[in-house]
Design a protein around this ligand. Structure first.
Ligand code: SAH
Length: 226
C-alpha cells in the first residue's frame, strides 16, 4: 500500500473518531484526491487534518471542518445546493458527490478557473460555477434545499441567502470577526423564522462583497508571500 492511501485511511479513521458518522460524507472524502487541490510545495500535507493556503490569500478548509459542514447539511441525492466560496473546489466536489446539483460562487476569478479544471479532471459534471459576489446568492437558481458558506459572515449571514433558501432548508455558515467565529446551522421554519444551532468554533477567511478587483488580487498575493 502506498503512503498516500495509508495517510488517507488514517485521516478517515481520525474523522470517525472525532464523531463524523455520515457514511456518504466519509466515502466522498475517501474517494476525492485532496492533493489535487493543493499547491505542489504542500502536497505531502494533503491528508493532514489542517487548512492549507491555495493562493490569493485564501485557504482550503481543514478536512474535519469540511466533514462537519457537509454532515450538518443532511444532504440527500435530491438536494439542489448553493456553495458560497468555491476556493480550491475541494468542498464543492465532496458536496457534489452526495447531492443532485451544486451551484458554487467565487469572487476570485483565477481561483474559480483553477477549481473548474479540477471538476473537469475528476469528471464531476453536476457542478455549475460562477465568478460573482456570493453575498447576493444566485437569484436565477433559487430556491435551494441547502446553502453552505465557506467564508465568515460578520455578525449575520446575508439576507439574500436566507431569502433563497427553501422552507425546511438548512444553511451552514461561519459567523464572526477575524478572531472569534462560530460555525452556525440555520434551519428555515417559515419565511421569517429560523432555528439556529452553534456547531463549533472555527477560523475562516472573511466573506467580502463584490468580485475581487485586479488590485486586490495583487495585494492578497503579496500578503500570502510576504
Ligand atoms: N470551500 C473552499 C474554501 C474556501 S476559502 C475549499 O474547499 O477550498 C473561502 C473562499 O470564499 C475564498 O476563496 C474567498 O475568495 C471566497 N469568498 C469570500 N467572499 C466571497 C463572496 N462574497 N462571494 C464568493 N466568494 C467569496
Amino acid at each position: 500500500m502506498n503512503t498516500e492511501s495509508t495517510r488517507k485511511i488514517r485521516l478517515i479513521m481520525k474523522l470517525r473518531n472525532m464523531g463524523i458518522k455520515d457514511t456518504n460524507v466519509l466515502s466522498a472524502i475517501e474517494t476525492t484526491p485532496r492533493e489535487n487541490f493543493i499547491p505542489d510545495a504542500m502536497k505531502d500535507k494533503a491528508y493532514e487534518d489542517m487548512a492549507l493556503p491555495i493562493g490569493l490569500g485564501q485557504t482550503i478548509s481543514q478536512p474535519f471542518v469540511v466533514a462537519v459542514m457537509s454532515e450538518a447539511l443532511c444532504l440527500s441525492d435530491r438536494d439542489k445546493v448553493l456553495e458560497v466560496g468555491t476556493g480550491s473546489g475541494y468542498q464543492a466536489v465532496i458536496l457534489a458527490k452526495i447531492c443532485r446539483r451544486l451551484y458554487t460562487i467565487e469572487r476570485h476569478k483565477p481561483l474559480l478557473a483553477e477549481a473548474q479544471k479540477h471538476f473537469d479532471a475528476l469528471k464531476i459534471n453536476n457542478i455549475t460555477a460562477l465568478a460573482a459576489d456570493g453575498m447576493k446568492g444566485w437569484p436565477q437558481q433559487k430556491p435551494f434545499d441547502k446553502i453552505i458558506v465557506t467564508a465568515a459572515a460578520f455578525e449575520t449571514p446575508p439576507d439574500a441567502l436566507f431569502e433563497q433558501l427553501k422552507i425546511g432548508g438548512i444553511m451552514i455558515v461561519p459567523v464572526g470577526d477575524r478572531v472569534n467565529q462560530v460555525l452556525k446551522r440555520y434551519e428555515k421554519i417559515d419565511e421569517d423564522t429560523y432555528s439556529v444551532t452553534d456547531l463549533l468554533p472555527v477560523k475562516f477567511v472573511p466573506l467580502l462583497p463584490n468580485v475581487a478587483s485586479a488590485q486586490e488580487q495583487i495585494e492578497d498575493t503579496y500578503q500570502l508571500n510576504g
